[in-house]
Design a protein around this ligand. Sequence first.
Ligand SMILES: CC(C)(COP(=O)(O)OP(=O)(O)OC[C@H]1O[C@@H](n2cnc3c(N)ncnc32)[C@H](O)[C@@H]1OP(=O)(O)O)[C@@H](O)C(=O)NCCC(=O)NCCS
Length: 190
Amino acid sequence: MAALEGAFPGLTPPEPPLADGGLVLRVPREEDVPWIVRGCRDPEVPRWTTIPADYTEALGREFVDETAVDWAQGTNARFAIVLDGAGAGMVGLHRLAAGQVPDVGYWVGHWARRRGVATLAARLVVDWAFRDLGLDALALRTMVGNAGSEGVAAALGFTRGPVRRTGAGDRCGDVDLHFWTLSRESWAGG
Ligand SMILES: CC(C)(COP(=O)(O)OP(=O)(O)OC[C@H]1O[C@@H](n2cnc3c(N)ncnc32)[C@H](O)[C@@H]1OP(=O)(O)O)[C@@H](O)C(=O)NCCC(=O)NCCS
């Protein structure tokens, strides 16, 4: 499938896959749907992200299909986080497009939290974005009060901006967000 105009040209999943120790990032597959549903049914996920509450198997399958299309079109680069062979969450770059600053996003299943999984997975993605994709800057949005996500953003070296209320047209809806930024120059690579 040809890349959309304005999307990131020639986007392909890194080969060999991004990995560190027992953690591997790969494109989500149909077999991941059960743990994706389990993870997204935790109320903390819809509370702090745009993922809908009451997540279903159908939404999980749709997500896997859309992810493949997004990779082919160069619009979003989403990875399943696999820890010691088991699904642990999602991480990715959203809104990839020429001249835009993409967002880093993530969720980790409630069964795998507070073990550094989000930080390590996001660090691999950030490093790939700067070194291999050659991006100049990355963004990250956290809803006000999301201490977990703020901890991850800070651990990665992102700088927190002031609170901004998004409009109804934004994919996040009408919420108060911190916009975080990280430049390639300031990226120490972890
Ligand atoms: C936010 C989230 C991704 C963190 O995942 P994680 O793998 O547990 O994060 P890490 O273990 O890498 O945490 C790194 C640091 O962040 C901070 N942190 C993480 N979770 C926290 C929490 N619930 N409360 C306070 N601080 C937290 C800590 O400083 C932590 O370091 P420590 O465990 O050594 O103290 C996970 O809780 C989650 O999926 N939440 C729901 C969805 C979400 O908020 N996604 C992000 C939207 S912007």
